[in-house]
Design a protein around this ligand. Structure first.
Ligand SMILES: Cc1cc2nc3c(=O)[nH]c(=O)nc-3n(C[C@H](O)[C@H](O)[C@H](O)COP(=O)(O)OP(=O)(O)OC[C@H]3O[C@@H](n4cnc5c(N)ncnc54)[C@H](O)[C@@H]3O)c2cc1C
Length: 388
């Protein structure tokens, strides 16, 4: 039996795992198999890379607290020699808005967040108007603002920093397409590449993002993770608006500053699987712009500069991470299904899966409720605050 961990997918999840494995146990052999070194379609390269504390489930809030601590320290943690990666972390907060009828849900989430120690505040309509003069508050009932620990960063820079440091610590990256497994009893013995070669493994980890279901299927494992297209619109607006947190509108759209412009998106009505990654330009005119201009009147003057599309790796079972070993194939581990919040969770999930592999348990944060086994047991951990 090989003592090699094979990670399928070198996006933020696979690279964070490779980093943590080699950091916690320098003698471990790690091979990351990535089919596309350009990351052209990888979610990690197409992400809005924002981090929030405002979840509805305590486990996600605890992950975010640990993650923001890592991100604040990323230059030290991931730097080496003269390199100090700058992930451009900006802690400008999230602002969740509730319309008429939405206040109760916001208050409920607020209670959970406060109980977990999050730095969040509820703002009534008058407070919202005072703090954010550019906001149309006429049909709002309440807002919830993250006062610290929330914002955005350069997700691609974080991906590159994890991958570089993982390599520096001894992880090997192989550029190849995984197309199957050699399975002996309840163990995966080796990973089969499209050129027919095999890499033997002690553990294999599915870090294939939106393509994770296909990797599962290669071992006859059913994973409820689907590739759902999301368009990100880059918008410019002549008006100066400060401060401007990441805003979540009651209609479901989100918007945040990006440099001198803004990026925005929303959850499409026709949410089919595996749509081609072409931006939905029509929806900007018909859906997003009217909603934007209603909430922020200055956006009447907005201009669509460009757009891109990427896949959310949507877990349709409960919109939460699916982690750890398969209940039957004991050395096949999963880090999938993040449903739009994987970039911010990667530093913590990478460590958690490394701990499972190296020590057989979660050491720093107990993520047992997110284990794969919950799916077979029908034990959902529903996350209500899924964006887009
Ligand atoms: C538009 C958009 C906005 C987002 N905004 C946010 C946000 O604000 N905050 C947040 O936290 N998250 C956000 N996300 C989600 C986040 O980006 C993802 O959860 C995260 O990037 C998933 O990382 P991953 O490594 O699992 O997947 P990926 O980055 O997709 O990496 C998977 C890798 O696996 C490789 N692969 C697949 N199949 C094979 C195979 N057979 N053989 C070899 N390699 C294979 C792929 O090439 C790919 O590089 C957003 C996502 C999108 C698309």
């Amino acid at each position: 039996m090989s003592n090699q961990v094979v990670v399928i997918g070198g996006g933020i999840m696979g690279s964070a795992l490779a980093y943590w494995l080699t950091r916690l146990e320098p003698s471990v052999r790690v091979t990351v198999v990535e089919r596309d070194p350009s990351y052209e379609y990888a979610s990690s390269a197409l992400s809005a890379a924002s981090i929030r504390q405002q979840f509805s489930t305590p486990v996600n809030i605890l992950i975010s607290q640990a993650s923001i601590a890592f991100l604040r320290n990323a230059a030290d943690e991931l730097g080496f020699d003269d390199e100090r990666p700058d992930i451009m972390l900006r802690e400008h907060g999230y602002l969740y808005l509730a319309g008429v009828g939405g206040a109760a849900q916001l208050r409920q989430a607020h209670t959970v967040q406060k109980a977990c120690g999050s730095d969040v505040a509820l703002l009534d309509r008058a407070d919202l108007g005072k703090r954010f003069g550019w906001l149309n508050t006429s049909d709002l009932s309440l807002g919830s603002l993250g006062l610290s620990g929330e914002g955005w960063f350069d997700g691609y820079a974080l991906l590159m920093a994890f991958a570089r440091k993982a390599r520096k610590q001894g992880a090997r990256y192989v550029y190849a397409d995984v197309c199957g497994f050699g399975i002996h009893g309840t163990r995966v013995a080796d990973v089969i590449l499209s050129d027919g070669s095999r890499i033997s493994c002690s553990h294999v980890v599915n870090a294939a993002g939106p393509w994770a279901r296909r990797i599962g299927a290669m071992a006859e494992v059913e994973l409820p993770v689907f590739a759902r297209r999301r368009t990100v619109y880059v918008v410019s607006c002549p008006a100066a608006m400060h401060p401007f947190p990441l805003l979540i509108d009651p209609t479901g759209f989100w918007i945040r500053p990006e440099g001198t412009k803004f990026i925005a998106g929303f959850s499409p009505a026709d949410d089919w699987d595996d749509q081609p990654l072409e931006p939905d330009y029509e929806a900007f005119e018909s859906r997003l712009w009217p909603a934007l201009a209603h909430r922020i009147p200055a956006f009447e003057e907005a201009k669509l500069e460009r757009a891109w599309a990427g896949y959310f790796e949507m877990n349709t079972f409960d919109h939460n991470a699916v982690l750890g070993p398969h209940p039957v194939l004991e050395n096949f581990l999963f880090m999938n299904g993040f449903s739009g919040h994987g970039m911010q969770q990667a530093p913590v999930i990478g460590r958690a899966i490394a701990e499972l592999i190296l020590h057989g348990r979660f050491d720093t944060l107990d993520l047992s409720e997110l284990l794969f086994s919950r799916i077979e047991e029908g034990r959902a951990v529903h996350e209500a605050n899924v964006i887009g």
